[in-house]
Design a protein around this ligand. Structure first.
Ligand code: NAD
Length: 329
């Protein structure tokens, strides 16, 4: 019913002899309703901007006032706390670093659930532990609100171009209401199952991404040591069975590809810390489900070691540089 009230409106439509009850999608009407957005970092700011571009007034907040400036300049209203946002918006999106931030923003002293209105749709696009997503859904339900997890694949570039992929978990009846907003920010919005299922898909993807990136980095490093020209090696890989996203779209070797973090001293992109965090979730999920992930576990250790060794703020493809430094020892 909450989804019905939020996403559609019953309109009596008289045609000749029949009175039909027509459900009219009220995208245009809903677009007048403010959307709350909490977490205006690398991803949240461009995502919220795309909501503004699609005609949704945005009411936002972030723990750091300076993070709000860009969105405020784009026309969003900035408030002091998640609780204040929850007082004013009945659809709220959160985009936060990790599980502790999500717990704080939802259940903290000035959290969303302190002031949430009944029927509010809460969409968390942060990548967090699926267990925490389930806990937030239970806490939201107690307040009469609906929580869905909708983590994203695609980096800052995809967020800016509204080309993200959203992996959505939660009550299926609410999916259409979530989709209405998420399509303003992404090219693919995929329903994955009950709450936590979006996070499950996301951590599986990122575990494979991490393994693929490490594999690409060590392959390139070996080829270079064998005297191969890196550009030639990339060309061969990308026309052969070793090709993967890390080799053909996000190559970690400086100088072989334009417009990727390796071409910019590994600045921007997806930080090694965030990758280490996601691999930690994969590790924990594998422990709970007694699933062997030997390569995922090793990838976790490699990214943790990188973070401790000064790579924390670099893009995760800097694993190539990390391996280059290791080889001399
Ligand atoms: P970020 O650190 O740039 O932004 C997070 C924002 O949340 C910051 O502005 C921070 O101040 C704010 N915040 C933290 N705690 C808060 C609180 N208690 N109250 C209000 N605001 C708070 O992170 P990001 O790169 O935007 O990533 C966000 C999420 O998206 C992460 O879970 C990440 O794993 C995931 N993700 C990131 C990328 C990427 O390429 N950066 C890609 C896919 C998914």
């Amino acid at each position: 019913m909450a989804a019905f009230l939020r996403g559609s409106r019953a309109v009596l439509h008289r045609s000749n002899r029949h009175v039909q009850l027509t459900l009219v999608s009220c995208r245009s009407m809903a677009s007048k309703t403010p959307v709350g957005f909490i977490g205006l970092g690398n991803m949240g700011t461009p995502m919220a901007k795309n909501l503004l571009k699609n005609g949704y007034p945005v009411i936002a907040t972030d723990a750091f006032p300076e993070s709000c400036k860009e969105l405020q300049d784009s026309g969003a209203q900035i408030l002091d706390s998640p609780a204040e946002v929850a007082e004013k918006a009945d659809r709220i999106i959160t985009m936060l670093p990790s599980s502790p931030n999500v717990i704080d923003v939802y259940t903290g002293a000035n959290g969303i659930l302190k002031k949430v209105k009944k029927g509010t749709l809460l969409i968390d696009s942060s990548t967090i532990d699926p267990v925490v997503s389930k806990e937030m859904a239970v806490a939201a339900e107690k307040m009469g609100a609906v929580f869905m997890d909708a983590p994203v694949s695609g980096g800052v570039g995809a967020a800016s171009l509204a080309k993200l992929t959203f992996m959505v978990g939660g009550v299926e009846e609410e999916f259409n209401a979530a989709q209405e907003l998420l399509t303003c920010m992404g090219a693919n919005v995929v329903y994955c199952g009950q709450v936590g299922a979006g996070q499950a898909a996301k951590i599986c993807n990122n575990m494979l991404l991490a393994i693929g990136m490490i594999g690409t980095a060590e392959t390139m490093n070996l080829g270079i040591r064998l005297g191969l020209d890196p550009k030639l090696l990339v060309k061969i890989l990308n026309m052969s069975s070793g090709r993967c996203w890390s080799s053909d779209s996000y190559n970690p070797v400086p100088g072989v590809m334009e417009g990727v973090p390796s071409a910019n001293n590994y600045q921007g992109g997806f930080g090694a810390t965030l990758m280490a965090k996601d691999l930690g979730f994969a590790q924990s999920a594998a422990t709970h489900t007694r699933t062997p992930i030997p390569l995922g576990s090793l990838a976790h250790q490699i990214f943790r070691t990188m973070c401790a060794g000064g790579y924390a703020n670099k893009d995760f493809s800097s694993v190539f540089q990390f391996l280059r430094e290791e080889e001399g020892q």
